[in-house]
Design a protein around this ligand. Structure first.
Ligand code: NAD
Length: 247
């Protein structure tokens, strides 16, 4: 039984603007492994840095597309867990709540979060390589990858690859929200991947209370005002219940 720190609950109740930032750890309890752990079976001999880059796609678009089809097939079988649900519940009670995620699995949206910034895109969507035209759907036919219906160039997943910049509007919105919030929750992220990793530091340097929820220590742990050494799927439902009452 996890009992949240009463001082943390008081700070959450007091905060006018709350921002949460999540990483791969929040989806671990849904059964999704982290990027590096995902290198199993057929793909074990490939490093993410060799597959998740524009150069890899240009070299071998079929291989990269098929790697993402494999990852999509895994994502399609998993469901949001109580951690995702608790964040959606906090948003319902506190419409000023903003959720920023590095995850590309779409599980926050599936759990009902709407005030959501997907900093690294979403593996369930595709865009075309040349013009970034969004592709709502595509046929799994002879062409691998399929072609863009608008310009004919190859489709690729709508995610941020190594060496690519983040969508500027999404990044600006996240940075502004971090600078303006009173309380920042960093959940299930190693805080090693920039620029997402700088968000809690932006919040902290603007006077916000910084909270880390992660079973393991990260570089952020020393700065955080509250450190919750617990899994997100255990900690977040208990925190939401203490903050908002039983669902
Ligand atoms: P990371 O793999 O670097 O770190 C995961 C963190 O989660 C670790 O600090 C770990 O201690 C913690 N963790 C593990 N289980 C947890 C749990 N049950 N509750 C709370 N925390 C838990 O992940 P990152 O910081 O998100 O950075 C990796 C990059 O890889 C990101 O850019 C992300 O886009 C991408 N990625 C996305 C997914 C996804 O969409 N599900 C999965 C893997 C990687």
């Amino acid at each position: 039984m996890f009992d949240p720190d009463p001082d943390l609950i008081a700070a959450l109740r007091r905060a006018r603007r709350i921002v949460a930032s999540t990483g791969a750890g929040i989806s671990a309890e849904s059964g999704l492994s982290t990027f590096r752990d995902a290198q199993t079976g057929l793909w074990a001999k490939y490093k993410p840095e060799d597959l998740a880059t524009p150069q890899a796609f240009q070299r071998n678009p079929r291989m990269v597309w098929e790697w993402y089809e494999w990852r999509r097939s895994i994502v399609a079988t998993v469901e949001p867990n109580p951690g995702h649900a608790a964040l959606a519940r906090i948003e319902t009670a506190r419409p000023d709540f903003l959720l920023v995620t590095q995850n590309v699995d779409g599980l926050h949206a599936k759990a009902g979060s709407r005030n959501l910034v997907e900093l690294h895109g979403n593996i369930r969507r595709s865009i075309c390589f040349d013009q970034r035209h969004p592709a709502e759907s595509w046929t799994r036919g002879e062409d691998i990858p399929p072609h863009c219906a608008q310009c004919g160039s190859l489709l690729r997943p709508d995610v941020v690859w190594f060496g690519e910049t983040l969508p500027p509007d999404a990044l600006r919105r996240a940075q502004q929200a971090a600078a303006d919030c009173d309380l920042f929750l960093s959940i299930g992220t190693s805080t090693l991947v920039y620029p997402a990793a700088e968000l809690p530091y932006i919040a902290g340097s603007n006077g916000a209370t910084v909270v880390e929820i992660n079973p393991d220590a990260t570089p952020l742990s020393r700065l955080a005002n509250f450190v919750v050494r617990e899994k997100a799927g255990i900690a977040l439902p208990a925190i939401a219940a203490a903050m908002l009452g039983k669902p």
